[in-house]
Design a protein around this ligand. Structure first.
Ligand SMILES: [Zn+2]
Length: 179
């Protein structure tokens, strides 16, 4: 039925619109609010009379550079910055590579060294197999490895400021503050 086909195509054929203009793409400005790049939970919006943004959730403050469409966190030990690409944040400069190297070096030493020392001492001076505490060195070695591993994991997520870690930490702080 040709009439029905005509009815289904009422719009004249036009060249495809560039899809980017149809999406909610906008340049970084002080009127809008954006998802926080640190906690990925709160919204950052401009602070009154300042070239800066603040997060409603994690309270981090960011200095803004509109010509380069970028922001940098100013109240953190990590000099992290992000560029707004119109839709989301892109990490520009994570941190000093030397600091990352130190963090990983300390991490590896902290995980391996104490546990190895405890294991070595139990291997050199093993308890009597008939002793009731014969199981103790093994458990102690596992605990030493486990606890140091947890410590290093915390160090690594703190260093990289993982969004999930940051938002969880703030929720816990808020929960503790409410009690
Ligand atoms: Zn935030």
């Amino acid at each position: 039925m040709p009439s029905q086909t005509l009815f289904l195509n009422p719009l004249p054929k036009t060249p495809l619109q560039p899809t980017s203009t149809l999406l909610s793409e906008s340049a970084l400005n002080y009127q809008d609010s954006y998802v926080c790049p640190v906690c990925r939970h709160g919204q950052i919006s401009a602070m009154t009379l300042m070239d800066a943004f603040a997060c409603s959730f994690c309270r981090h403050i960011f200095s803004a550079n509109l010509p380069t469409q970028s922001i940098q966190v100013v109240d953190s030990s990590q000099p992290m910055s992000w560029r707004w690409n119109g839709q989301k944040w892109q990490s520009v400069y994570r941190d000093a590579p030397s600091l990352t190297l130190v963090v990983w070096l300390i991490g590896i030493i902290l995980v391996t060294l104490p546990g190895s020392i405890v294991w070595l001492s139990s291997a050199l001076f093993p308890p009597l197999p008939t002793s009731t505490w014969a199981w103790f060195p093994k458990v102690w070695v596992i605990c030493t490895f486990g606890i140091h591993f947890l410590m290093v994991s915390w160090l690594v997520v703190e260093h990289y400021q993982l969004p999930l870690y940051v938002s969880t930490r703030i929720r816990v702080a808020q929960w503790l503050g409410r009690r």
